[in-house]
Design a binder for this molecule. Structure first.
Ligand code: ATP
Length: 268
């Protein structure tokens, strides 16, 4: 269980995340939604400890992760994988090596520095690529892949980390509709098949409603919605999106009467 208590992050006078409280049980697939600048990325970065809170606490399974240092912080980051909008792959390295980077915390430093990956590690990385139908790309340089393929490599890298939670920060922001579905399906499969908790920042309300079993809405850093996708009515959308609410709800309207089946819910 992830517990966030009174989490606040200020940048000078600006409050990016404002007294957010949240409880996320293991195995949930939570969409974080809200306008640009609402604080979604900062919230995920605080959980991973890429950003330090100005106030508040984060607990995972009862243990406080705010305040972890050194080895303990590295261990937490290994258990808490991030997937980024820009993929964060090493373009000049081949796909398999990029995935193996996710195993860094599992092997002694001297072996990883010398790229002495064991056959077992290679098998794990290849299996992860197979899982997302991109094993045939293993020997290609990452920079030669399409955006959708690169994001699947990044998700495979996160998976071989064997994390307990995946924080995906706008993972589909630069993808076309087909690749958007492929990448969201990949996250849904990780969630469903391994019970890994997923927190996913999303701009698209339609996508959030289709794939997430719970939505958390931020506005100016404050939590203004927390509930099932179906509970996000016009009033809640106005609190979240202000004047843009009509556009957002129009886009989502076909899904309002009968939401697209959640791949997570469909398999539980
Ligand atoms: N390092 C920083 N220094 C100063 N201000 C920051 C920093 N990071 C974020 N902010 C500010 O904090 C607020 C929240 O930013 P954040 O990136 O978390 O929002 P977001 O909801 O993820 O936006 P987007 O959807 O556009 O990515 C914004 O006003 C942003 O300008």
């Amino acid at each position: 269980m992830l517990i966030i208590e009174g989490l606040t992050r200020r940048f000078g006078d600006r409050v990016a995340v404002d007294d957010v409280c949240l409880e996320v049980p293991r195995g949930a697939f939570v969409g974080i939604i809200g306008r640009s600048g609402a604080g979604k990325s900062t919230l995920l970065r605080l959980v991973n400890r890429l950003a330090e809170p100005s106030a508040g606490r984060i607990l995972w399974d009862g243990a406080e992760v705010t305040g972890l240092r050194g080895r303990a912080l590295r261990d937490w980051r290994a258990r808490c994988a991030m997937v980024f909008q820009g993929f964060n792959l090493s373009g000049r390295l081949d796909v398999l090596t990029n995935v193996l980077v996710g195993r860094l915390n599992k092997v002694p430093a001297h072996r990883s520095l010398l790229c002495l990956w064991s056959d077992a590690d290679r098998a794990v990385a290849l299996a992860a690529l197979e899982r997302f139908d991109i094993a045939e790309l293993a020997a290609q340089r990452a920079e030669h892949l399409s955006g959708g393929q690169q994001q699947r490599v990044a998700i495979a890298r996160a998976l071989v980390q064997e994390p307990e939670i995946i924080l995906a920060d706008e993972p589909i922001a630069s993808l076309d509709p087909r690749n958007t579905r492929v990448v969201m399906e990949a996250l849904a499969r990780i969630n469903r098949d391994y019970g890994i908790t997923v927190l996913c920042n999303l701009h698209s309300l339609d996508i959030a409603r289709s794939y997430c079993d719970r939505l958390v809405g931020l506005s100016a850093g404050r939590l203004v919605f927390d509930g099932a996708p179906d509970a996000l009515d016009a009033d809640a959308a106005r609190r979240l999106y202000g004047l843009e609410a009509a556009d957002v709800m129009d886009a989502a309207r076909p899904g309002l009467a009968s939401p697209a089946p959640s791949p997570f819910l469909a398999h539980t």
